[in-house]
Design a protein around this ligand. Structure first.
Ligand SMILES: [Zn+2]
Ligand SMILES: [Zn+2]
Length: 241
């Protein structure tokens, strides 16, 4: 785990049989109002808790877990994290909160083949991925949390309730799996994905002034070149119809 910028900490995912998402801890530790962004794959929660402890983060300061989206590689270890931080709230976009609360795991797994494979590999039982959501996000909220201001942007396309978090003061974007380093974008063939929505979402993110890109997987980018997301969207445009 490393501090990447003022009040933003990075715990890299530890990819396994399938990928494990990165976790970001956002907020000024002095505020005692920290947030986790995503948690990761089943079995990958404990090392993230240990990483936070090693960094000297007081777990009782973590007030909420904000999900960029609810795919298994992002939400799979939520039970482990909630065991360590039981008071933390869970915030999810309304399009994915409802199905998850009702035990509909089609968005979580993305496709039937993954569901049966992952249930076997990770010993997932019925109900293991059903969680109560404390706050259903809609997009366009301005969150004043941890001494910072983060804008919630609804960016469907990779999944229906995908959100980005954007902090304009330091020009930080946390886009989940919608856009990565190296001009890569998230897949758009999963349940609830939509290629044309993904194109619109990329174009929306392209309007932002971004210096630091903190995606759900792979490299993080500091000093994002101007027009990076616009160029990425352009490169993928022919596929996003
Ligand atoms: Zn995803
Ligand atoms: Zn992912």
């Amino acid at each position: 785990m490393a501090k990447i910028y003022n009040n933003v900490y990075f715990i890299p995912g530890q990819d396994d049989f399938i990928p494990d998402s990165h976790v970001y801890v956002i907020g000024d530790p002095a505020s005692k109002d920290l947030s986790l962004v995503d948690v990761g794959l089943k079995g990958k929660g404990n090392y993230k808790i240990e990483s936070m402890k090693k960094m000297g983060i007081d777990l009782s300061s973590i007030k909420r877990i904000i999900m960029t989206h609810t795919h298994l590689d992002h939400i799979g270890c939520l039970a482990e994290i909630k065991k360590a931080i039981p008071e933390a709230e869970l915030w999810v976009h309304k399009n994915e909160a409802g199905p998850m609360e009702n035990g509909d795991d089609r968005i979580i797994h993305g496709m039937d083949a993954f569901k049966s494979m992952c249930e076997m590999q990770y010993g997932i039982r019925p109900g293991d991925l059903t969680f109560k959501v404390d706050r259903k996000l809609e997009g366009a909220e301005v969150l004043e949390i941890g001494g910072m201001v983060w804008e919630v942007i609804h960016i469907p396309g990779h999944s229906t309730g995908g959100i980005a978090l954007y902090e304009s003061a330091q020009k930080i974007l946390i886009p989940g799996d919608v856009v990565y380093a190296d001009y890569a974008i998230g897949r758009f063939d999963l349940f609830s994905a939509d290629a044309s929505q993904l194109k619109e979402s990329l174009n929306r993110l392209a309007q932002l002034d971004i210096d630091i890109l903190l995606p759900g997987h792979n490299q993080i980018v500091k000093g994002v070149p101007a027009g990076y997301i616009k160029k990425t969207a352009k490169m993928w445009e022919a596929y996003l119809v």
